[in-house]
Design a protein. Structure first.
Length: 216
């Protein structure tokens, strides 16, 4: 997952994830969230669900990793250890995908219209310098999204939130995220090329646009 949108209010997040926060700025909308941005994530702290801002993209050696596939997480001890100790949920309104089968990739916005907020599976890192960061876990794309890209973020169903944060993340990852019930509620719309420029960050980025090219 390269970019996503977080546009919600504190009441929706608190009700969905059973978490409380006194910070209003954490819910400032971001219509073009990208690696390096400070974004809200949910995790357990001393057994209590907590929401805080962390930087998207963890460091591994000299690399900055914003997302990693399920298979790689399960095969890499570094990722696996972080998943066991520091699972987290990334709340998103929807995410962007670019159609890769054309010379000039076309941007699309993906959301589930029956959910105000989605829960993306991930894990976080707290390093010695005090930089708190997180990483998104991805999986093979659904049949709906495969024409765009081969991967998509792992979306947790509401009944799995507590298990993910309370020690069950590895087992859930091994089970896979094959909830086909999401497909009828998933919408994919073509959006303006404005999203390609990270300096653009406003609601117009997720407004559907009509077909402009034969490749759409």
């Amino acid at each position: 997952m390269e970019r996503y949108v977080i546009h919600t209010d504190n009441e929706t997040v608190e009700k969905t994830f059973e978490v409380n926060t006194s910070s209003q700025s954490i819910f400032d909308p971001n219509f073009n969230a990208a690696s390096g941005h400070s974004l809200p994530v949910i995790f357990k702290e001393k057994g209590v669900s907590t929401i805080q801002s962390k930087i998207w993209g963890i460091t591994k050696g000299k690399q900055n990793i914003s997302s990693v596939e399920i298979s790689e997480v399960l095969q890499d001890e570094y990722y696996l250890d972080l998943l066991k100790s520091n699972p987290c949920i990334i709340p998103v309104t929807g995410f962007y995908k670019w159609k890769q089968t054309v010379d000039d990739p076309l941007p699309f916005f993906v959301r589930i219209h029956t959910r105000d907020i989605l829960a993306i599976a991930g894990f976080y890192l707290e390093n010695k310098s005090g930089r708190n960061s997180f990483c998104v876990i991805t999986m093979e794309a659904s049949v709906l999204l495969k024409p765009l890209e081969n991967s998509m973020p792992c979306i947790l169903s509401p009944g799995k939130f507590e298990s993910w944060l309370n020690g069950g993340a590895v087992d859930l990852l091994k089970e896979g995220f094959k909830d086909t019930s999401l497909l009828p509620d998933m919408t994919v719309v073509r959006v303006p090329d404005l999203v390609n420029d990270l300096s653009n960050n406003h609601k117009d980025l997720i407004q559907p646009i009509p077909k402009l090219r034969d490749e759409d």
